[in-house]
Design a protein around this ligand. Structure first.
Ligand SMILES: C[S@@+](CC[C@H](N)C(=O)[O-])C[C@H]1O[C@@H](n2cnc3c(N)ncnc32)[C@H](O)[C@@H]1O
Length: 246
């Protein structure tokens, strides 16, 4: 049942709205009004006139609710990343940089513990406030620190993800703080960055893969089932590898 304070995904035709259930609130779209008091104690997944009301998922929260000041990692990439990093409830994951916290939210949902590093205070605060607003990430340790300067003693991570402009200066340290065979991923927007990384990674990491994920939405009209007219052509390249013992 819906209750006060729930985060809702409200759909109206092809529009999506993320709202908090405040019984005094309402949503006006075109000439229709959805009064939130009507939703209280009603079953989740409700159709009210042209409105459809659901409990918000993590994807809804990240895409519609997270405040962003950096480019974020989108769910199409984030869940594949979590899969490739072998994340499970008993794993400790390392991430830098935190940015707006979009990938971190996915990692935290699946991992035992996430340690995330961000060097810019404004972004560090933004990511923390995104988590607080939606009650996420009790298993996340946020570090306001340059990962390169961070003192990490006798801590070994099961896997790591790196989303910074130039990952090459971090490779030695990354290698040092990971368990043997640990999976690592990098997100890089341009081919030049990928080539640079490939030229520098071989001594430390093996099992290298480069992948790009395309995501094409379809119109959901049964009589005219076909792809949407526009799609995002490129977000970023993903590079995955594993720590080689040396
Ligand atoms: C593109 S954003 C990351 C976005 C994030 N993956 C998300 O999904 O929201 C890259 C971040 O890396 C941070 N960064 C750059 N160099 C860093 C360093 N040496 N240590 C920690 N964070 C760093 C930047 O300040 C920036 O916020």
């Amino acid at each position: 049942m819906f209750k006060e304070g729930d985060w809702l995904l409200i759909r109206y035709e092809d529009k999506k709205y993320l709202r908090r259930l405040d019984s005094k609130g309402s949503l006006n779209v075109k000439k229709d009004i959805l009064k939130f008091s009507f939703l209280l104690n009603k079953p989740e997944g409700l159709r009210v006139g042209k409105f459809e009301v659901f409990k918000a998922t993590l994807e809804d929260i990240i895409l519609l609710g997270f405040r962003r000041k950096t480019q974020i990692i989108y769910p199409k990439d984030a869940f594949y990343i979590a899969f490739k990093l072998g994340i499970r409830k008993n794993t400790r994951v390392l991430e830098f940089g935190t940015g707006s916290g979009a990938l971190c939210a996915v990692l935290s949902e699946l991992a035992g513990e996430v340690h995330t590093y961000e060097v810019v205070e404004d972004f560090f605060k933004l990511a923390k406030s995104n988590f607080e607003r939606f009650g996420l990430g009790k298993n996340v340790v946020f570090h306001l620190e340059d990962f390169l300067k961070a003192e990490i003693k006798n801590e070994f991570y099961d896997s790591a993800f790196v989303d910074v402009k130039d990952p090459i200066p971090f490779l030695d340290k990354l290698h040092r703080v990971l368990k043997n065979s640990a999976p690592v991923g990098f997100l890089l927007p341009t081919t030049n960055q990928v080539v640079d990384l490939l030229s520098n990674i071989k001594g430390l990491f093996g099992g290298i893969e480069v992948v790009e994920i395309f995501h094409r939405y379809y119109k959901t009209v049964p009589e005219r089932f076909r792809p949407e007219d526009t799609m995002t052509a490129h977000t970023a390249y993903l590079v995955f590898c594993r720590k080689i013992y040396n």
